[in-house]
Design a protein around this ligand. Structure first.
Ligand SMILES: Cc1cc2nc3c(=O)[nH]c(=O)nc-3n(C[C@H](O)[C@H](O)[C@H](O)COP(=O)(O)OP(=O)(O)OC[C@H]3O[C@@H](n4cnc5c(N)ncnc54)[C@H](O)[C@@H]3O)c2cc1C
Length: 491
């Protein structure tokens, strides 16, 4: 019997997850990827002896990765070695004070207690509730396709949803437990991954604190791209064909059914098409206007997650006073947040993040060197140029030099930057966004762009602009959810 043929657009985590799941269900799957390597925003590159992950660097929720591979009779350890980081990360505050976040829960409670009397026990209570949210959120809610409200109408689930603080903001929730501004900032940090301010993020997402503090920060030896390699291998083991250098230029349909896609290499027929490329790009560039799910007005009114100004730097010496992950909260976030979310513009004094995987892994930089990755979150849709990139690099390196008391600028032997125009040219990203659509209350579950086309019977969407949202684990889950929907509709 001829197998049904699925075409997956894009080889990001969501596209690859969808492809793997569909192949496992017995479909003949081909991935079409515009770039010359797989992985999408999680690609990597090597230059001058340094290896850089281009996008994600925090490996959180190891259970999601493990259960992903378990579905196919595999384990994470079949593909890569995981290391738990301890300390998990370093936070630098205004005035130069630092806090190293220990992996051990007892040590973390002691640290909290030393900053605010009673905060140790408060942390325990906070994380107990967050554990419940994680359990319900990760096991029940994120696997919902968000196609209908009826998915949420079981009494048990409704009770869970109410208990999960869906209608309270993260900002209020954290302040109920802690008073010290540093502890508040620390507890609010993980939701920044979800693309919106703590004031606009439902307190349901304190499940991210559970992921951060209880489940821990991990690192796949070699780099985050080891996950991409693992998924590439698993896809090939299941018979998925991966065609790189194949940009899809058109989705062809007749009678409300997609028949084929055109790429810059030719036309390929399929029984079902799943797009893991940025949703807005697919709607506006690959489809005719009468087959789109959403109008321009709809897209313009979406709250996008931030873009990022990124630097990949090779440094010809070891750097002191820095860990694998470093959050520079050494300036007030309020004006920076305003410039990202309220009145989009280039920030005056941004917060930033520095990652040096060479602190943990000797394979990613020559001996005696460091690979330094810097990230400044900025508003999507900003105009940018080389001069702006240089200005911000100089600004944050000066702060790092002053804070750590060592010269860095004159030791840079490799430099590359990446921002809006690269997100657009490399990934067809809407407004140059880095992390897709923000997880605000009005952009959650059924209120996210639908994973299924309303006009074309066999067209589906996956990835960080649809359910469940941005991040590597949600993208893996997005691929699983869409594959299950295809299976329900197709068989
Ligand atoms: C700088 C940065 C840091 C991040 N940090 C973290 C982190 O630490 N931890 C974490 O969990 N998450 C992090 N994220 C988020 C996470 O990386 C993303 O949510 C996830 O990788 C998105 O996967 P995706 O499959 O939805 O999209 P993508 O990875 O963008 O995949 C889409 C794919 O579609 C391809 N494509 C586009 N148009 C076409 C076309 N016309 N034809 C063919 N192919 C096409 C693109 O080239 C791309 O490969 C980060 C993201 C960025 C950018």
């Amino acid at each position: 019997m001829n197998k049904k043929k699925a075409l997956v657009i894009g080889s990001g985590f969501a596209g690859m997850s969808a492809a793997i799941n569909l192949a496992h269900k017995g479909l003949d799957v081909t991935i079409l990827e515009k770039n010359n390597t797989i992985g999408g925003r999680a690609r990597h590159f090597s230059a001058s002896g340094f290896t850089f992950d281009m996008g994600p660097s925090w490996y959180w929720m190891p259970d999601v990765f493990e259960s992903f591979f378990n579905k196919f009779g595999k384990s994470v350890s079949d593909y890569y070695e995981l290391i738990r980081l301890d300390p998990s990360y370093k936070v630098t505050y205004e005035g130069g004070d630092e806090m190293d976040i220990p992996a051990d829960m007892g040590e973390l409670e002691t640290l909290f207690e030393s900053i605010e009397p009673g905060a140790g026990l408060q942390l325990r209570a906070f994380l107990k509730q967050a554990a419940y949210k994680y359990e319900v959120g990760i096991n029940k809610l994120v696997y919902k396709p968000g196609r209908s409200l009826t998915e949420f109408t079981s009494l048990k689930l409704l009770v869970d949803v109410v208990r999960m603080d869906v209608f309270q903001s993260m900002s209020k929730h954290v302040r109920k437990y802690f008073k010290n501004p540093r502890l508040i900032q620390l507890m609010e940090f993980p939701v920044l991954f979800l693309g919106a301010l703590p004031e606009n993020t439902p307190a349901l997402y304190s499940l991210m604190n559970y992921a951060d503090m209880s489940l821990g920060t991990w690192y796949p030896k070699g780099g985050m791209h080891k996950i991409v390699e693992a998924m590439g291998k698993l896809a090939e083991e299941l018979g998925v064909k991966i065609l790189t250098n194949n940009a899809v230029t058109k989705i062809n349909h007749s009678g409300g059914i997609v028949k084929s896609v055109t790429t810059d290499q030719g036309e390929i027929h399929g029984d079902v098409v799943i797009s893991g490329a940025d949703y807005h790009h697919v709607e506006t560039k690959l489809l005719d206007s009468d087959t789109r799910n959403y109008t321009d007005k709809y897209w313009d009114s979406r709250v996008m997650a931030p873009s990022s100004l990124l630097y990949y730097l090779g440094v010809d010496k070891k750097l002191d006073g820095l860990l694998h992950h470093n959050l520079f909260f050494d300036t007030d976030f309020t004006p920076h947040a305003h410039d990202i979310y309220t009145d989009p513009k280039w920030p005056e004094k941004p917060l930033f993040y520095a990652s040096l995987t060479s602190k943990t892994d000797s394979t990613v930089a020559p001996e005696g060197h460091e690979n330094l990755f810097l990230l400044i979150p900025v508003a999507p849709g900003l105009e940018e140029n080389d001069e702006i990139r240089e200005k911000y690099l100089d600004m944050i390196l000066t702060r790092m030099e002053e804070h750590t008391g060592q010269s860095i600028k004159q030791h840079i032997v490799y430099k590359r930057s990446f921002a809006h125009r690269d997100f657009i040219s490399d990934y067809n990203s809407f407004k140059g966004n880095a992390y897709g659509l923000a997880n605000t209350l009005t952009q959650t579950a059924i209120l996210k762009p639908s994973l299924k086309s309303k006009k074309l019977k066999n067209l589906y969407y996956t990835g960080q602009l649809t359910v469940p949202g941005p991040g590597v684990p949600p993208s893996l889950i997005s691929g699983i959810v869409v594959a299950d929907e295809v299976e329900k509709d197709l068989f």
